[in-house]
Design a protein around this ligand. Structure first.
Ligand code: ADP
Length: 792
């Protein structure tokens, strides 16, 4: 396989290899940097920091050692000295412990050796110090003994002197011989001399004890020796004096103690020797400590400089690593930018976009558009392939279109948008009775049709015509075919794009048969419409006739209702006479009373009587008015209004009251004043009067039973209000109940059988209904449903 750098794949492989190399370089730099840093950190953690830590600890312990040594040198207390010795030991052990893990560092190791030696030196140093302290204690004891002896000598010499003084004074009186006197004087002066010399010796001894470190002991004790010899000599002169024996013994003890090579001299010499030894040891220890401090300082300096070195080295390594990384990063950024902008965006994405646009155009059928994508790589090859594909497609399309047009059964003509024929298939030529070999190309399409159609066809190809605007148009044309036979053609025109140029394809369909059928159907429809119009006119006449009949029926119904009313009024008239008779006779009685009172001039009573007369007249007027308004025949139907059913029932009760009274029947109105419906008062009254009369008629045979007729409200909704008229009679007979609304159905001897029928007509007119039912105890119940007053 040959590796060509011209393909995208090989370029991508090269780019990835480059990135891989950069990653390797970055990783190596990072690895080296981290490794170096790690080594340095290890060194720091393993050596420098512990060395620093150890040196600080050693420094602190050395300072404490120094303080102990200073104190140990000056302390006079043996217990404290032992404590300090122990403390020194501990401090040295502490230092040894601190350095135990750092023996690999040469400086620390030598320091450790130094501390071993210091330990030995301190051991050597403390022993003489203890000895020195013991000697000092001995010295103190000696100086104390000297002081006691001096005090004893002083205590002893005073009585001796007093005695010699007394003898001299007493001898003078008794006049002793000269020799005795001289002896006495000699004793006295010897005692004096002894006291002086002894005092001088004590002072000298004390001074030597005090300043034994600064003084030359041998010369001092030589001088003391002279003094003691002198005292010895003087003391010997007192041998004859028995009383001076204690004094002399004390002096002898003192001389033994302080004389050269005596106890004091020996102790002081020992102290001097040990002091010399300890001083030299102290100097040596101090020098060693100084040396050690110097070493510690060196250690700290070395550790610090090493740390600084590590820091500088780490800084250098990191900055070097950073530099390399920065260079690689910049290179990576530049190369990425270059790859993104030039290679990916321009050379790949840009060309792929161009290719995608070209592909979209091809998919949309634009196979003739130029494809600009070129090159040697995969995209370039795709572009070349697409170009080849488009040219092949163009070729195939052309061939297919021609094949399709020529081989199809349909008659097809293609032309320009100006109407110039470009192609015409054989089927179309056949339609126009042209020879298949004849050429009509480059002719105007309208020339194929009769001249009277030319204008219409030309207008189809005008600019902005429906065809060019909408892309489609159709029309039907008639052609005078051979033998003067008319044929109809349907032309379907469509605009299509051929190589970006708009063309028109015309499909011709011979629709002569359909057209003939359509025309025949149209004629049939016309004939049918004519006959229907005639029938419609006849029906209109019939409707008019029926309307007239209905009007007559309503009029007859009204007449019937009026007749029924008048029957009720007629029936009422006999009892009405009786009803009116009673108030009339009351009225004549009152008139007689008025005359009487007028004659007897009792005017104040007239007024009262006149009022009563007026009441009677009003009652009579009410009875007559009720009857009149009931019997009145409305000239025109009253409009539906809000009617109070309570009032209507009240008026109806007023009309039938006479009959109820005749048969001792109670008429009860249970409706409330809010019981409102939409209707006509007189007609509702008519219904209620009919129902009440029927109830009274049904109850009339029951002479030993209290007859009751009640009107009650059953229910109400927004649309309807339902009331019922109930009685306690025998109810409706089962055999007849279904025919009771049929006119002339009656069980009464004098009945017309029209009451319930009229009631139903009225209820239907009022847009309500009437139903027959039964009460719980078997009486009749007539349920009336009225349209409710919705506005309430
Ligand atoms: P008519 O009153 O002239 O008979 P209607 O149509 O008013 O005509 O009544 C028809 C019949 O219905 C009456 O003959 C009677 O048998 C019956 N009927 C009507 N109302 C009642 C009622 N409240 N109780 C019993 N039967 C009744």
């Amino acid at each position: 396989m040959t590796f060509k750098f011209t393909t995208i794949g090989s370029r991508l492989v090269a780019a990835f290899t480059c990135i891989l190399l950069m990653i390797c370089l970055v990783s190596t730099v990072a690895f080296t940097t981290w490794n170096t840093l790690e080594n340095q950190v290890d060194l720091m953690i393993d050596e420098n920091i512990p060395a620093l830590k150890a040196s600080y600890q050693i420094e602190r312990s050395s300072a404490e050692l120094q303080a102990y040594l200073n104190e140990i040198h000056t302390t006079q207390n043996l217990v404290r000295l032992n404590q300090l010795k122990l403390g020194l030991q501990n401090k040295i052990n502490e230092i040894k412990q601190t350095t135990i893990e750092l023996t690999t560092i040469p400086l620390v190791n030598s320091l450790r050796q130094e501390y071993h030696r210091l330990d030995a030196d301190i051991q050597e140093y403390t022993e003489p110090l203890i000895q020195k302290l013991k000697l000092k204690q001995n010295l103190d004891k000696i100086s104390e003994t000297i002081l006691w002896l001096h005090q004893d000598i002083v205590d002893e010499v005073n009585p001796l002197r007093q005695e010699v003084e007394w003898q001299i004074t007493h001898d003078r009186a008794i006049t002793l011989n000269a020799a005795t006197q001289t002896a006495l004087y000699t004793d006295f002066s010897t005692l004096q001399m002894l006291t002086i010399n002894e005092n001088e010796l004590i002072s000298l001894v004390q001074e030597v004890i005090r300043q034994h470190q600064q003084r030359n002991l041998n010369s001092a004790f030589q001088f003391i020796g002279y003094k003691t010899d002198e005292i010895q000599t003087l003391s010997n002169t007192l041998l004859h004096n028995a009383a001076s024996i204690t004094h002399r013994q004390l002096l002898l003890e003192l001389i033994e103690l302080v004389q050269p090579e005596g106890r004091l001299h020996t102790v002081l010499q020992q102290i001097a020797t040990i002091t010399k030894q300890t001083n030299s040891q102290e100097v040596m220890i101090k020098e060693r400590l100084n040396y050690q401090q110097e070493q510690v300082k060196n250690l700290v300096t070395k550790a610090s400089s090493e740390l600084n070195g590590i820091k500088l080295k780490a800084k250098k390594t990191v900055s070097m690593g950073n530099g390399v990384l920065l260079i690689v990063l910049l290179f990576a950024l530049f190369s990425s930018a270059f790859i993104c902008t030039y290679f990916v965006r321009k050379r790949i994405v840009g060309r792929l976009n161009d290719l995608s646009l070209a592909l979209n155009a091809v998919v949309a059928g634009e196979v003739s558009l130029p494809i600009s994508v070129t090159g040697q790589d995969e995209i370039g090859k795709l572009g070349t392939n697409l170009r080849n594909f488009c040219s092949q497609m163009q070729q195939i399309e052309k061939t297919n279109a021609l094949n399709l047009i020529n081989n199809t059964q349909a008659s097809i003509i293609t032309c320009t948008t100006e109407g110039v024929i470009e192609s015409m298939n054989s089927s179309a030529k056949e339609l126009f009775a042209l020879l298949s070999s004849s050429s009509v190309e480059s002719e105007d399409i309208w020339n194929l049709f009769e001249s009277k159609e030319h204008q219409q066809l030309k207008s189809i190809f005008f600019p902005n015509s429906t065809l060019l605007r909408d892309g489609a148009y159709n029309l039907t044309l008639a052609i005078n075919h051979t033998h003067h036979q008319i044929r109809y053609f349907r032309l379907d025109l469509r605009v299509f794009q051929q190589n970006t140029h708009p063309k028109v394809i015309i499909t011709l369909t011979d629709i002569t048969e359909q057209e003939n059928i359509t025309r025949w159907l149209e004629q049939k429809v016309q004939e049918k419409t004519q006959s229907l119009t005639t029938t419609n006119a006849a029906l209109q006449d019939e409707i008019e006739e029926r309307k007239r009949a209905e009007f007559n029926l309503v009029a007859t119904q009204d007449e019937l209702i009026q007749a029924a009313k008048m029957a009720v009024v007629g029936q009422a008239m006999t009892t009405l006479a009786h009803e009116l008779n009673q108030p009339l006779s009351a009225l004549s009685t009152y008139i007689f009373t008025v005359q009487m009172t007028y004659d007897s001039n009792q005017y104040p009573d007239i007024h009262n009587t006149m009022e009563k007369m007026n009441e009677i007249c009003e009652r009579m007027d009410q009875i007559i008015a009720n009857l009149r308004s009931f019997s009145k025949k409305p000239m025109v139907p009253n409009p539906a209004v809000i009617v109070g059913l309570q009032q209507a029932a009240e008026n109806a009760i007023g009309i039938v009251a006479y009959r109820a009274k005749q048969h001792n029947i109670q008429l009860r109105n249970h409706l409330g004043d809010n019981c409102l419906c939409i209707g006509e008062l007189i007609q509702i009254e008519q219904v209620l009067v009919n129902l009440f009369i029927n109830s009274c008629d049904a109850l009339a045979p029951f002479v030993d039973k209290q007859g009751k007729v009640e009107i009650i409200e059953l229910s109400r909704t927004d649309q309807f209000i339902i009331i019922a008229c109930c009685d306690n009679g025998s109810g409706f007979g089962c055999d007849i109940i279904n025919q009771l609304f049929t006119p002339f159905t009656t069980t009464k001897e004098v009945g017309l059988g029209l009451g319930l029928s009229i009631c139903r007509s009225i209820m239907t007119r009022l847009k309500g209904s009437i139903q027959l039912a039964s009460t719980l105890d078997g009486g009749a119940m007539i349920v009336l449903e009225f349209p409710a007053n919705e506005t309430k």
